[in-house]
Design a binder for this molecule. Structure first.
Ligand code: ADP
Ligand code: TRP
Length: 325
């Protein structure tokens, strides 16, 4: 049995890119009866950038509701908020002391972010160590992540190796990343990678009229309605082809090539396709957002299950480090 583990930061409401690029594929993996899945909300990681507790809490709820809306089986698996299991921070400190400074200083993500952000705090610097703790605490084997996380996973393995070597015992289990090269980067409204940071994302849980306004903002060229259009270079068409059935995509492609079909028509078709495809997740998402006690109770159950495993690892680590009597 493989233990799958992944986390998503609570630094915004999940968008179509997060959903198609991370949440749905992870849920698919979790459906394999051979796998045991540990999915959590990385709210401690989001403290690096978000200092408003209420806002972070709201985002954490929205992320939890999204996992549930897309059918994550929280009874078979483990689903929790990182901040509620203190062992994450405890292990992170121990691992900090086994992490060479240059490894963190040379991390691509740190270098890129520290150039852009106004608040370059030590949390941003040690972010990969907390991520290593998240993984190593649960003896996870497979970590489904996006390509951008590859280096963080290499660091996790290096840190675990150093720890095991110095401790003289194989206490920490070395994980493997699972990076699905087939998952494409979902384009945003402007054609760049869809991302919270670029403000080009589609929140599929918006009310219908709001969603319609967002879809209208998808950038297109200025070809007139009658003119034939190039489906391959158009963002609305790309998004539609990620969601619609093969035959519907083919029909839209022909409309583009024939002309007499405007971008407004394509956007309306995209809206209808989203409302149809995501009808059930939208209903469930709203249900969990309107019933926070139920969401809380699911997460609290998960936290208990997670804590039991985390405490076991921490006990071994404390012992080998000479911190237990
Ligand atoms: P954002 O770029 O909006 O801040 P995150 O970095 O929090 O998103 O990403 C969370 C997860 O969603 C990661 O696993 C990432 O690989 C995936 N993801 C984010 N944006 C996209 C996208 N446009 N296409 C595919 N996957 C994405
Ligand atoms: N750093 C990951 C991201 O930004 C989120 C994350 C935190 C994570 N801890 C993790 C992912 C542990 C996998 C395993 O997407």
């Amino acid at each position: 049995m493989a233990r799958i583990l992944t986390g998503i930061q609570s630094s915004g409401r999940p968008h179509l890119g997060n959903i198609l690029g991370a949440i749905v594929p992870a849920i698919e993996l979790s459906k394999n009866p051979e796998n045991e899945s540990f999915f959590f909300i990385a709210d401690l990681h989001s403290l690096v950038s978000i200092k408003d507790g209420q806002l972070r809490h709201e985002y954490a709820r929205a992320i939890a509701a999204t996992w549930l809306a897309f059918g994550f089986d929280f009874e078979k698996n483990i689903f929790w908020r990182q901040s509620r299991v203190q062992e994450h921070t405890e292990l992170a400190w121990y691992l900090n002391c086994f992490t060479p400074f240059p490894m963190l200083a040379n991390a691509t993500s740190f270098k890129e972010k520290s150039e852009k952000l106004a608040d370059v705090n030590a949390g941003l610097f040690t972010y990969p160590v907390l991520q290593a703790a998240d993984i190593l605490l649960y003896n996870a084997n497979i970590i489904p992540v996006g390509k951008d996380q590859k280096q963080h996973l290499e660091m996790t393995k290096d840190i675990a190796n150093r720890f095991n070597q110095i401790a003289g015992e194989d206490i920490l289990v070395l994980p493997e990343p699972q990076i699905d090269e087939r998952i494409m980067t979902i384009p945003g409204l402007d054609g760049q990678k869809m991302s919270k940071s670029y403000h080009n994302y589609i929140d599929i849980f918006l009310a219908e009229n709001e969603l319609k306004k967002v879809i209208k903002k998808i950038v297109s060229d200025s070809k007139a309605l009658e003119e034939p259009k190039d489906p391959e270079s158009d963002i609305t068409f790309k998004l539609y082809s990620l969601l619609a059935s093969e035959s519907d995509v083919e029909t839209m492609r022909q409309h583009y090539l024939n002309g007499g079909y405007g971008y407004g028509h394509a956007k309306q078709a995209l809206l209808e396709c989203m409302l149809d495809k995501f009808a059930e997740p939208r209903r469930k998402f709203n249900y969990y957002m309107e019933n926070p006690e139920e969401l809380e109770s699911i997460l609290t159950t998960g936290e208990k299950k997670a804590r039991a495993i985390a405490q076991d690892t921490i006990a071994k680590v404390r012992k080998v480090l000479g911190f237990s009597s």
